[in-house]
Design a protein around this ligand. Sequence first.
Ligand code: ZN
Length: 414
Amino acid sequence: MKSWAGPSYPKEPSSRADVPVLNLFNTASAQIEPVEVKDFYRMYVCGITPYDATHLGHASTYISFDLVNRYLRFSGATVAFVENITDIDDPLLERALRDGVDWQDLAHSQIELFRGDMVALRVIPPDHYIGVVEAMNQIIKSILLLQKEDSLYAVEGDLYFRVRRDPEFLQRSHISSSAALEIFSQRGGDPDRAGKEDRLDALVWRRQRPGEPGWPSPFGMGRPGWHIECSAIALHYLNPSPQDDYAIDIQGGGSDLIFPHHDMSAAQGLIATGQKFARSFIHTGMVGLDGEKMSKSLGNLVFVSRLLADGIDPMSIRLALMGHHYRSDHMWSAPEINHAENLVSRLRLNLSRVEVAETSPVMVEICIAMSQDLNTERVIALLVTWCEQTESGQSGGSAGELARFLDELLGLAF
Ligand code: ZN
């Protein structure tokens, strides 16, 4: 699938030995740990299901992984980045049915909106932006690998994966089996279906039901389960090296994907290939509105496209979302976009001055803050201080150098 137009970015990153090592919170180890220093990283971020795109929760997630991508590139590495689109899924079909529209038309229109929002927010596009429908052959190949490992069984023509084949199942999520059962049923799972060997086993192929789309496969007409889609797309398009301890370096997404989605994807990846799936599982917090979780069911989504249509500068949206730590659940409120707009105006004005406060120290401090689990709140405080220093008449810095730095490392262009 076509990705989106990328913001300008240096094609040949120069090695910068003085950039601090990036530290990130790994959900699997439940601690902040240094990202291994390498020349080449493989990063997979779970994409949207194309309906109700792009709300601020999505924007916050993709900006956060853009910051990871930019930091690794800034330190001189190459990052292979793959993102999927769940362009066939129960919620998409249900929404299309409710609204009386074709599910493909709905998906297409939402993907277009998403692309436009990502361009506006200056998110570097993935090298491969892959829809489930176009990856059907790769997904079927992954299911065949699981079948070869005797890890599948059928229930009335649907295929299930034995999640307990992975000895580390649930350890990445740090939850008990009983908590997992509860979450599983809330997030699209079917723990109570008769005939399953283990209530947590994951659907990998759903035979076609009347009125539903289906694709031909060795298991009959049908469509894949959610978790196998991401492990198959990641393993195909990131092309892991069998010599590495892990197939990929980073799997990312919102914290609502920790279980079951990422745990089950990782289990399937391990059994299909014999290689552990992801070294780091990185998750972003949820964004709420006026004291409530922002969700489709509550109907309180704030859309990026709506804010842009209202004339909000996309850099203000980016900066406002960076005002919260990426792992924290936080509330969106109108005043914070006003604060961000203020700061954008001040930065724009100060970066256009000939005489500005020293810029080298603030760039060093911003790098240190970003290396510490993406401390964007500290970054914003540093930018405010630099504005104050410049406005009070301090000099000795290079506005052009700081502007290029903010663009390259933080995706902030003024
Ligand atoms: Zn995914």
